[in-house]
Design a protein around this ligand. Sequence first.
Ligand SMILES: *[C@@H]1O[C@H](CO)[C@@H](O)[C@H](O)[C@H]1NC(C)=O
Ligand SMILES: *[C@@H]1O[C@H](CO)[C@@H](O)[C@H](O)[C@H]1NC(C)=O
Ligand SMILES: *[C@@H]1O[C@H](CO)[C@@H](O)[C@H](O)[C@H]1NC(C)=O
Length: 465
Amino acid sequence: MGSYNQGLLLLAGILVTLSLPRSQAFWGNENKVNTAVFLSPKFVLGPGSVENRFYYNVDFPKGHIAVKSFNAEVIDEAGNPVPLHETYLHHWVVVRYFVRKGVKLSEFNDHAKLSMSDYISGRNSGICQNLGQFFGLGSETRKTATHIPDPYGIEFGNPAEIPSGYEEQWMLNVHAIDTRGAEDKLGCTECCCDLYNVTVDEYGRPLRPDYKGGLLCCYDHTQCKVKPGFEGVRRTLYLRYTVKWVDMDSSILPVKIYIFDITDTWKRTRNSTGINAEHRCKVEYDIELCHATGSADGGCVDTRRISLDMPFSGYLIYGVAHQHSGGTGSALYREDGQIMCSSLPIYGEGEKPGNEAGYIVGMTTCYPQPGAIKISKGETLILESNYSSIRHHTGVMGLFYIMVADQLPKPMLMLHAVVQTQDSIMLLTILWAAVALIGVVAVISVALHYQLKREGEDGYEAFGM
Ligand SMILES: *[C@@H]1O[C@H](CO)[C@@H](O)[C@H](O)[C@H]1NC(C)=O
Ligand SMILES: *[C@@H]1O[C@H](CO)[C@@H](O)[C@H](O)[C@H]1NC(C)=O
Ligand SMILES: *[C@@H]1O[C@H](CO)[C@@H](O)[C@H](O)[C@H]1NC(C)=O
């Protein structure tokens, strides 16, 4: 980082500290951001084959930490990113759990036999029973922002939260489909039962006759239809994941993670102590062809909306949706129709990993100003998920992840409080003066930067933090 940038930050920090005398400046957080890159256990795929594996006790940063971002991608043995049109990343999810010390969980099979007293879920904050992960995306992984702005983070490894006699561990589920040589690539990625010649589920139970596609037809070691005579080598792949984190301390405000699902058919239940909600999240759904649904406006958009009662309160810090190919966007609204957060798919346009034509290679995210969007307990929000219905789709998803903080950063609380008093004008004047000064310094800094650059220094990185 260029020293003038450090100087700028320092100056900004001083100005904020000066203008807000009794508050703690949270800028220039001294917490060092750590980065670690891990590999999943390897998995091997040949043309048309599927791996849906559950890896227990995978690598994850240790200690009492706050995670700042989690990114991932599929790579081959040489470390090269593999494009989605060869290996489609249906999804990956990362789940925390607590396991009795000394008990070893290896693979999925053992998990079924696991004594429940040895295993305690360490799930997220809600609201679907079957969606307990902290991190997880699919094909959109490469171009979806996951960073959590300062001073927030997702807290893990808090000794006070780990049951005694247990340790915190992580499970990684990777579901990948090799579509090299596939007769119908999209059909394979949408898990069309016909293409997999599957009529019974993973446990041998017959599928409903109207079940045309979805996870029940592309479980581990199923095989999608490949063009006759197509030859392709089996190859070894990994999910490479990068975690950024800081050591936990009192300057970091924890965020909670909630996941909503457009297929959630929840109902209110009443018991002696109050009203509850029972959630049933099917996770997958199908999109009918628009002609078949007799869409009058010719828009050919499948719009689903559900309303959800919020069982918590807090400030929205981050939001992102998960959709499959055909998705055209998802959003959260207040009951009066005001938009809170939207997340739109980014489709690739070429061949290279991260830009594969026809695939969702990223989802836009929302980062409201902390404090700008407050969710109140009991409030009803509307979740919306849109798909193009120009063609039929099976096994699509409409998930929405949000991160919510209980608290606002301290200087912001000060500002909120101060603005309500008569002295606010004075303080705002000082603040504006500070902002103007920062602007001037920034201009000088930019000028300096360009000058340095013209003198031959490659200063591009100096502008990144
Ligand atoms: C599909 O599965 C059935 C048995 O479930 C089998 O008899 C048939 O040969 C399979 N077809 C193909 C094309 O693999
Ligand atoms: C009623 O709901 C409360 C609140 O979620 C719960 O803690 C309690 O166990 C429920 N009681 C019964 C009898 O189900
Ligand atoms: C979803 O589709 C509806 C109807 O076409 C439209 O009004 C809405 O803005 C769309 N929402 C998003 C998030 O794209």
